[in-house]
Design a protein around this ligand. Sequence first.
Ligand code: ZN
Length: 357
Amino acid sequence: MKQQPLIIDGHLDLSMNAMEWNRDLRQPVARIRELERGMTDKPDRGNSTVAFPEMRAGNVGLCFGTLIARYAKPTHPLGGWRSPEQAWGMVQAQLAWYEEMDRQGALRMIKNEPDLNDHLGLHGQEDSGPIGFLLSLEGADSIVTFDHLHQLQARGLRAIGPAHYGPGTYAFGTNSEGGIGDKGKQLLKEMESLGMALDVTHLCDTSFWEAMACFRGVVWASHSNCRALVNHNRQFSDEQLKALLERDAVIGMPLDAWMMVPGWIRGKSHPSNTVVTLQQMIDHMDHICQLAGNANHVAIGTDLDGGFGTEQGPSDLDTIADLQKLTGLLAERGYSATEVDAIFHGNWLRKMREVLQ
Ligand SMILES: [Zn+2]
């Protein structure tokens, strides 16, 4: 049987699911769902899509795994930890879980190019082998001082998205507006000197343009769609996408339904009453490929289980293993096998190699 192509998912909140949703990702998705029956503390209970067995089944053998903890002043629209120190504490819990999964051989943190080459060499030989991940920080509020940043870098951190939702310490994120200020500039300078990538996903427009102007290192967008298709500041305008293409950036396409189709109303819209499928993901990919004139800048960055589950995802995706359906769907849309390989893994590998030197 021909092996399924390797998929690299550019954005998975694995440790958030382990530590804040209390999901043991070594168990199959069906078991995780069963254990959550009757729970109502989060809207996506019982609807998860990501676990290690399903990642292996779909040959998602490598991903970007996040650390995520927001610090929120009392006026913050979404809330979060009351102090940066608490956000740091949560990040430590999440990192301890990644390190333990790594120690047990369920995951493998990719810290440098030899790690990556070794992982890719193993890949395809052992279906039960570790799933590789590049450690990325979503929202930098937990970085209390640059000493904290250096500690994370020493333990494997290779990319940072300075903001998440709302105003952050180092930049303004989705649904807020403002520049990166001196703190943001200093953070970007420090990241540049450490050789880390800048993940521009979630930056508001002003912070995006300021960050792009002052950061000279490797840039990507781990999970961002196109504003031309879904008009909201969470998505990138064509102007922003073109600026990213000029920097040879790669943009991962997320599968959160409200970012995929216009007019989605949280809690009311549902994959059963709204057309949202992997075809809409390809529409966003295709938009970027048309702007670029090639397929060298789009990739997968699902954000699956990033605070939503099957109630707010494509109707033709039950678990992350269904990402392999994209092979056929992309071929139907005229993408060659070489282009599918680039979208599945080649483009992310190019960027990973730039930060893993
Ligand atoms: Zn996100």
